[in-house]
Design a protein around this ligand. Structure first.
Ligand code: PGA
Length: 254
């Protein structure tokens, strides 16, 4: 049985004080069942939140990392710095980074390798744009992304990797206008990705890897999406920023 993962992606939102307030609410809340809850916070909030949450099972994540171990990369952050700030996970290859910052699968692959070397767990995002879906090439796009992102990643590292299927047309722009994939679409894509993992590795790796759905997850659709066979939880943007809606997503209270 794969454990359900609920990861909140705050993107470029929340100051340190706001993040600590949220952490306090989370600490006092009742998280039902055995779920892995991760907050993907802005860099500045990771360490203070980790301190606030130190006696809980809630994990901290960054939203990006550089592939170099250190050096002349003004404004960037390294895997070692994130581990030192008590991040356990890092989102890699989010579509906003692929689109706005020119991240290619080659760069993403390098980031994954450095991340794993330092014991950080990558949450790798893949997904198609609307035009690709309409052309019927979603599976080709997903196959190319996952194959290139995981190039030369050894089997023993796969237990530390989470994949998030985020159809780009379903990601909300923050104004609540996003569309959600149907549970069947989400399940079909996550099942397809699991099949590729089986081809690239083996059945055990495929059965154990957690594959999340992301794109306008909210309290009213979380339960149905996360009950699908191949959907092991969600990467939640907009609905993770408000404590009440995030706790409802976590506890499937629509
Ligand atoms: P959304 O964002 O839930 O606001 O659509 C998801 C994401 O971008 O990870």
């Amino acid at each position: 049985m794969r454990q359900i993962v609920i990861a909140g992606n705050w993107k470029m939102n929340k100051t340190i004080n706001e993040s600590i307030e949220f952490a306090k609410e989370l600490k006092n809340s009742n998280i039902q069942n055995d779920k892995i809850v991760i907050i993907c916070a802005p860099y500045t909030s990771i360490f203070p939140m980790a301190l606030e949450l130190k006696d809980t099972d809630i994990k901290m994540s960054a939203q990006n990392v550089h592939y170099a171990e250190n050096g002349t990369f003004t404004g960037e952050i390294s895997a070692q710095m994130l581990v030192n700030a008590k991040a356990e996970y890092v989102i890699i290859g989010h579509s906003e980074r692929r689109k706005n910052f020119g991240e290619t699968d080659e760069i993403i692959n390098k980031k994954i390798k450095t991340t794993l070397k330092y014991g950080l767990k990558p949450i790798i995002c893949i997904g198609e744009v609307l035009e690709q879906r309409e052309l019927g090439i979603t599976t080709n796009v997903l196959k190319t992304q996952i194959t290139e992102d995981l190039k030369d990643i050894p089997e023993q590292d796969m237990k530390n990797i989470i994949i998030a299927y985020e159809p780009i047309w379903a990601i909300s722009t923050g104004d609540g206008a996003g569309k959600t994939a149907t549970p069947k679409d989400a399940n079909d894509a996550c099942g397809f990705i699991r099949g590729i993992i089986k081809e690239l590795y083996n059945i055990d790796v495929a059965n154990n890897i957690q594959i999340l759905y992301g794109g306008s997850v909210n309290p009213s659709n979380a339960k149905e999406l996360f009950s699908m066979e191949h959907v092991d939880g969600g990467l939640v943007g907009g609905a993770s920023m408000d404590f009440d809606s995030f706790i409802k997503v976590i506890n499937f209270e629509g």
